[in-house]
Ligand binder design. Structure first.
Ligand code: AMP
Length: 537
């Protein structure tokens, strides 16, 4: 039987046209300036985005061409989020934390023709040997001197580039909803970063899902501050979800320190925000120490913690500040939010507490399984398997990957393609996932598994411990033993061993502790276990 509904493609045009038409008066606040946060409206912002889209057309950009950004969470970055896919081009948000060689690789791999660069990042950007595909570099922000060329590309100031005719009419409507709208690169354990190319359909569906009452519940009544960078996994798709809902946006620019954030939160009256655990832990510490005024957080109703595991301590510290913490799991490959730890409608305190600290249940539209060997593990809360996930906003393959090189990242069965996440989990009978480790991070000692994440979480609960990474190191007797690399003050290995011995089986307590000033991180702020393993092997 044929359906009789309209086959309108799902796409960013629906988000952009809707926001511009319905929410022109909603405010947008941007921090980072010398004079403090400033406020504009979606109406003014869309007018500028039309000027930028006009500039891209003048440069000869056609639908499908790639435009890159090299920027933190600024007004101009949001303009690119609107103008680039709104013109049919594809937005490549270059990760500013990558090394210059990796940046050059991703720009060449994506085939970027134009790059929008934040002037404050000019030293990092100008160190990149530009591939020949880049024809124009457009720089916004304060900078006295700019060269006429960077490599073979012409360098222009943003203000000059948008002086021509602005785009008119509606935003770009893809003929096929599976057309590309954006690209993010994700770092693997080995090799060059891999390209995830989002479609108009996947971004639209994911943004719509984030507005669901039992997901992030982003609505027109919200003031959303994406602290998570717009150069990492589309800032968890919060900009597009906010434009779709008509939520006011607050962009902190480069100020993600506690004082900068509090200033932005207060100026915009932020109700909802999202960031990695480190950001929230720093904010909580600053509020407790009286370094920032906790009443400036009064408007904040709920914050999402993701990207790394949120400890129970952090969840309860945020709750003590009157903020509802929402733990979520994501992966660039999943657009990126895949799991959300909102409690079920069970009502009991025990179930609520237990589920809130898990990585969460799948977002609507996604299916998951935990696979041990070739078999899906039962959903009993104890059986362990690799998390595999599937759905319309999960990657089906990496763009431009050599044939066969990514075969081990996927599993095909039950007429579905499953993304192998590399995360090791349990799933309980309600579908709540708990991450117990990453495939390469489990410590197998004497044939028994030790979870490095569990050890890290326990150690983080010790008041003297600031950061910790647990890795497996070879051991002549037990094959592997855990080694804890700790940034801490006023505590020694013996005291930490005693602390752990009260919480995990004694055989799991690491024999070795290494004390460091700071645990090394990757370009996106995760513990750099690859480097630690090489250093301490
Ligand atoms: P990325 O694609 O850089 O965002 O990294 C995705 C990976 O980050 C996941 O596969 C997990 O290993 C990790 N991750 C994301 N969210 C969480 C979370 N809530 N708890 C623990 N690990 C997480």
């Amino acid at each position: 039987m044929r359906a009789v509904m309209q086959p309108e493609p799902m796409g960013l045009h629906q988000i952009l046209d809707r926001c511009e038409t319905l929410f022109a008066d909603r405010p947008v606040t941007v921090g980072g300036g010398a004079a403090g946060p400033t406020t504009t409206t979606y109406g003014a912002l869309f007018a500028e985005a039309r000027a930028f889209a006009g500039a891209l057309a003048e440069l000869g950009l056609r639908p499908g061409d790639r435009v890159a950004t090299f920027a933190p969470n600024t007004r101009e970055h949001l303009l690119a989020y609107i103008a680039v896919p709104g013109s049919g081009s594809v937005l490549h948000t270059v990760n500013i934390r990558l090394g210059s060689e990796e940046i050059a690789y991703t720009v060449e791999h994506a085939g970027d023709r134009v790059v929008l660069v934040d002037a404050a990042l000019w030293p990092e950007w100008s160190a990149v040997t530009l591939p020949t595909c880049v024809e124009h570099v457009i720089v916004y922000g304060d900078i006295d001197e700019l060269p006429e060329r960077h490599g073979g590309a012409v360098v222009t100031r943003f203000a000059d580039s948008i002086a021509g005719p602005a785009r008119e009419g509606r935003w770009y409507r893809p003929a096929d909803e599976n057309e590309a709208s954006g690209i993010c690169y994700t770092s693997g354990t080995t090799g060059w970063p891999k390209a995830v190319v989002y479609s108009h359909r996947s971004v639209y569906l994911h943004a719509l899902t984030l507005c669901g009452a039992d997901t992030f519940a982003i609505s027109e009544h919200d003031v959303v501050c994406p602290v998570v960078p717009m150069f990492h996994a589309n800032s968890w798709n919060l900009p597009y979800a906010s434009l779709l809902a008509g939520a006011s946006l607050v962009l902190p620019a480069h100020r993600t320190d506690p004082a900068g954030l509090v200033e932005c939160f207060a100026a915009g009256g932020v109700t909802f925000s999202a960031a990695v655990p480190t950001v929230w832990a720093n904010l909580v510490a600053a509020a407790r120490a009286g370094d920032v005024d906790p009443t400036a957080l009064d408007s904040v109703q709920r914050v999402v913690i993701g990207g790394s595991a949120a400890s129970e301590t952090l969840l309860s510290e945020l709750a003590e500040l009157g903020i509802e913490p929402v733990h979520a799991w994501g992966m660039t490959e999943c657009s990126p939010v895949g799991l959300i730890a909102n409690p079920p409608a069970d009502g009991s305190t025990a179930v609520t507490e237990e589920t809130k600290s898990s990585q969460g249940r799948p977002m609507p539209g996604l299916e998951l399984r935990a696979v041990e060997g070739d078999m899906p593990a039962p959903w009993d809360g104890t059986s362990i398997g690799e998390l595999q996930i599937s759905g319309p906003y999960v990657v089906a393959d990496y763009y431009g990957a050599e044939s066969g090189s990514t075969a081990d990242k996927f599993a095909d069965s039950e007429e579905r393609r499953w993304l192998r996440t590399g995360d090791v989990v349990t799933v309980d009978r309600r579908g709540y996932v708990r991450l117990v480790d990453r495939t390469k991070d489990l410590v197998k000692s004497g044939g028994e598994w030790i979870s490095s994440v569990t050890l890290e979480n326990h150690l983080l609960a010790h008041p003297a411990v600031r950061e910790v990474a647990v890795i497996a190191v070879p051991d002549p007797t037990w094959d592997e033993r855990p080694l804890a690399i700790v940034a801490a003050r006023g505590v020694d290995a013996a005291r930490l061993r005693d602390f752990l011995a009260d919480r995990v089986p004694r055989w799991q307590v690491p024999d070795r502790f290494e004390f460091v000033a700071e645990v090394p991180k990757t370009s996106v702020g995760k513990l750099d276990k690859k480097r630690l393993r090489t250093e301490y092997a």
